[in-house]
Design a protein around this ligand. Structure first.
Ligand code: ADP
Ligand code: ZN
Ligand code: ZN
Length: 748
């Protein structure tokens, strides 16, 4: 950086917005008479090249330094147009994200701007049923009889319903292999159509509300419509118990907005983005809908964004990154399961989709609807304090009642001599369901615990040499690090004291599966966790097998908590409810409550009544007690009291600053001096904690130190973050990295 004149302001200008050129910017001076009108996102006219021909560019960033010799920097000629281009809004959004969450403008821009890479347009292919209905029904009967034709049966069933299905949905969400599709073509059951004629995959006659709304649902939908049509824009929290039909309400709201010619983004956690969910939207809105998911290639993703820009679609459904769909007249953003922690990005800028959605909606004059059966404490607090409007759904839509929940005290089980992971009650109830041919889900909330190997004699655990975590035991006996993949063969003796009393602490899903097979040898058991869902399609495969009732029991981690409606599940067992309570962050209670309520909500979703058994060592814990009676209000009051006391969000804000370094000493020294610099002049308005080691001190041989800043004042937090960035620019070096996490969702 050469030359710094205080009074001058400069703009970084990009001439051609394309992803690859984001750091290819030019510096221009902002003349005084334009200083009020130039901001990130402004479209400006500039003299370019030796001939000074006038061309247009976008302002990305404003600084007080020129990139090169100030005497050679030219002036911006003029600001052109209003802020109506979608690129301008996305640049402004990126600027807002950079400031709030801390990152370079470049990273913020590459998060928010659609990628433009040279890729050939993706051909849209559909699988289309060619058999007449009657013959198709006969074929279906044939496939149904044969146990080995479940995939064919599944595909044909859907084709009979839909007639024509997007090829990517067939092979992706529906998890049908290419060879099955080929078989359908060879047998003239279906054909593949690549023309655009078939893009309209759903008959107009099918595009009808599939249900008539209940009274509760209708009054919310009507209220929203009245607001919307009278020009009122707001953030709404739709708090509706599990199975209350929130999706139906969203769809009605979406209808109000698209019928006004505006566009809608629907965020759904990636894991809930199943075929069934997507199909509900396709059925209602036809080919005006498109979906994004993390398995799309850059090219496919860009193709979807192009379609949005060209107004070929009005509704984009996807995980948090779908927020950046370049709709130019966005009217509504829906965030389903708004409490989900996947809405927080784990890469810089570490943005929260809820907050970004609200900012984006402001830029577009759009509304935001957040929905959940277990709202985040943040959102419910905002609703109670009048920042958001609260809608409540209190009844299950299909007249199903909420499940009966009972708590089993595992300490009592132990006292009575039962050392297994199943209480007597849970074992009995599982047996009953198996007899009645009903299904059971067993949920193990094992977040980061199970399988850790330690010595019962000396108490030491076997740790990864590169990361500060214990190794986990896998079925083949090997010990593995979940952070870096380091593995060693099975050990029989403690490396510290040579005792043979070495074993895994806690239980993992694998152990549950084994034990259940011993207890109920005739039951067929499926397991779903990180290990069984490594391949593309595994997740869908397990869910659809269970949904088809080809298994009696599904054992899994939090993954099984959402996604499907399984009408034949009448028992949900939560094996150790308190496992997630011991996590080291202030959201542990909230997360436990949410997981328990959501897991319980899987039971008895249809005509059969459902039961839930919560096993726990802490039956008196407020989160567990409130979850057992499904009392969100009680949970919220208690939790909020505790957040206020400690000034945790939403009572205040907390900024986690992480300093990563190659050596412990360098990290420690830098963190100390940084903490010193940050604490200057903030006494009484913010509190600074640290520096301390992160809970996991070391990952992949990189040391991690933390500084936390807490304050009621978000602007002060932002100021401190800026100060940290500046301090790092002046005093950091290449062996140190600094990153920020505002209101973190995970402990460090
Ligand atoms: P939530 O998202 O609140 O858990 P869903 O929207 O998935 O609930 O609805 C739960 C079930 O109830 C779904 O099978 C849905 O089709 C059904 N449902 C929702 N609203 C109605 C309604 N008004 N009439 C009949 N069925 C409904
Ligand atoms: Zn030992
Ligand atoms: Zn490791």
């Amino acid at each position: 950086m050469i030359g710094k004149r205080m009074e001058e302001r400069y703009a970084d200008i990009i001439v051609d917005i394309s992803h690859e050129n984001l750091d290819h910017t030019f510096s221009y001076r902002i003349p005084d008479h334009l200083s009020d009108r130039v901001a990130p996102g402004s479209r400006v006219l500039i003299p370019f090249g030796a001939s000074n021909r006038q061309i247009e560019g976008f302002v990305l960033e404003i600084t007080d330094r020129a990139k090169y010799d100030p005497s050679k920097v030219k002036d911006i000629t003029e600001v052109v147009g209003d802020d109506s281009l979608v690129e301008q809004k996305l640049i402004r959004l990126a600027w807002w994200m950079k400031n709030r969450y801390g990152s370079t403008m470049n990273r913020a821009l590459s998060t928010a701007l659609p990628i433009r890479k040279k890729v050939k347009a993706v051909e849209k292919k559909n699988v289309v049923l060619v058999l007449p209905d009657e013959e198709a029904a006969q074929k279906l009967e044939l496939f149904t009889k044969n146990k080995r034709m479940v995939a064919r049966k599944r595909l044909l069933e859907e084709l009979i319903k839909e007639k024509s299905i997007d090829y990517r949905l067939v092979t992706g969400k529906l998890n049908i292999s290419a060879s099955t599709v080929r078989y359908f073509c060879e047998e003239n059951i279906a054909k593949i159509d690549s023309t655009r004629v078939y893009r309209n995959t759903v008959n107009k006659t099918d595009i009808m509300p599939s249900v008539s709304l209940t009274e509760e649902q209708q009054s919310i939908a009507d209220d929203f419509r009245r607001d919307y049509e009278s020009g009122r824009r707001d953030t709404y929290l739709l708090y509706g118990i599990t199975g209350s039909g929130k999706t139906e309400v969203y769809m009605d709201m979406i209808e109000s907005v698209v019928s006004n010619g505006r566009q809608v983004i629907v965020l759904i956690p990636e894991i809930s983005l199943t075929y069934q969910t997507v199909m509900r939207f396709y059925r209602r809105f036809g080919d005006r809908v498109s979906t994004l998911h993390s398995k799309l290639s850059d090219g496919e993703r860009f193709d979807q964004f192009e379609r949005a820009k060209k107004h070929e679609i009005d509704i984009m459904i996807g995980p948090r990154s779908a927020l950046f769909t370049p709709f130019d007249d966005l009217g509504l953003i829906v965030i389903d399961e708004e409490h989900e922690h996947t809405y927080k990005s784990d890469q810089m800028p570490k943005y929260h989709a809820r907050e970004v959605a609200i900012e984006l909606a402001r830029l577009h004059d759009a509304s935001v609807v957040l929905g959940s059966a277990t709202p985040s404490v943040e959102s419910y607090f905002a609703a109670k304090s009048g920042q958001f409007r609260l809608y409540t759904l209190t009844k299950r839509a299909k007249n199903a009642s909420l499940p009966n929940v009972s708590i089993v005290d595992l300490r009592e089980e132990l006292k009575s001599g039962n050392r297994s992971i199943f209480s007597n009650k849970l074992r009995e109830e599982i047996g009953k369901r198996l007899q009645n041919n009903e299904q059971v889900m067993l949920f193990l909330n094992r977040r980061g615990y199970a399988g850790f190997v330690s010595c019962r004699s000396c108490g030491k655990s076997i740790k990864c040499p590169h990361c500060d975590v214990s190794l986990s035991r896998h079925a083949n006996g090997k010990l593995m690090c979940h952070y870096c993949g380091y593995e060693i063969p099975a050990v029989k003796k403690c490396p510290s004291c040579s005792s043979t009393l070495i074993g895994s602490m806690g239980i993992g899903t694998e152990a549950v599966e084994e034990q259940i097979k011993q207890l109920f040898p005739y039951a067929s058991v499926l397991r779903m966790d990180a290990d069984t869902t490594k391949q593309k399609g595994d997740y869908e495969q397990i869910l659809s097998t269970f949904a088809n009732r080809e298994a009696d029991i599904l054992v899994g981690t939090q993954m099984i908590v959402k996604g499907h409606d399984f009408p034949f599940v009448t028992l949900v067992g939560i094996l150790a409810a308190d496992m997630s309570l011991n996590a080291n962050d202030y959201r542990a209670g909230e997360r436990t409550f949410q997981l328990l309520v959501q897991a319980a909500g899987r039971s008895g979703r249809d005509k059969c009544e459902g039961d839930v058994i919560i096993q726990t060592y802490s039956p008196d814990n407020y989160a567990i007690r409130a979850a057992a009676v499904q009392d969100y209000g009680a949970f919220f009051e208690e939790e909020m009291g505790y957040r206020k006391l400690l000034m945790y969000p939403p009572a205040g804000h907390i900024l986690a600053v992480m300093i990563e370094s190659r050596t412990d000493e360098a990290g420690e020294a830098f963190s100390r001096s940084l903490a010193q610099a940050l604490s200057d002049g903030i006494i009484g308005r913010a509190s600074l904690i640290g520096p301390t080691d992160a809970t996991i001190r070391k990952i992949r041989d990189i040391y991690r130190h933390m500084i936390y800043v807490k304050s009621l004042d978000i602007d002060l937090i932002t100021m401190i973050k800026d100060r940290a960035e500046a301090y790092f620019d002046e005093n950091g070096n290449k062996d140190i990295r600094i990153s920020f996490d505002l209101d973190p969702m995970n402990g460090y």
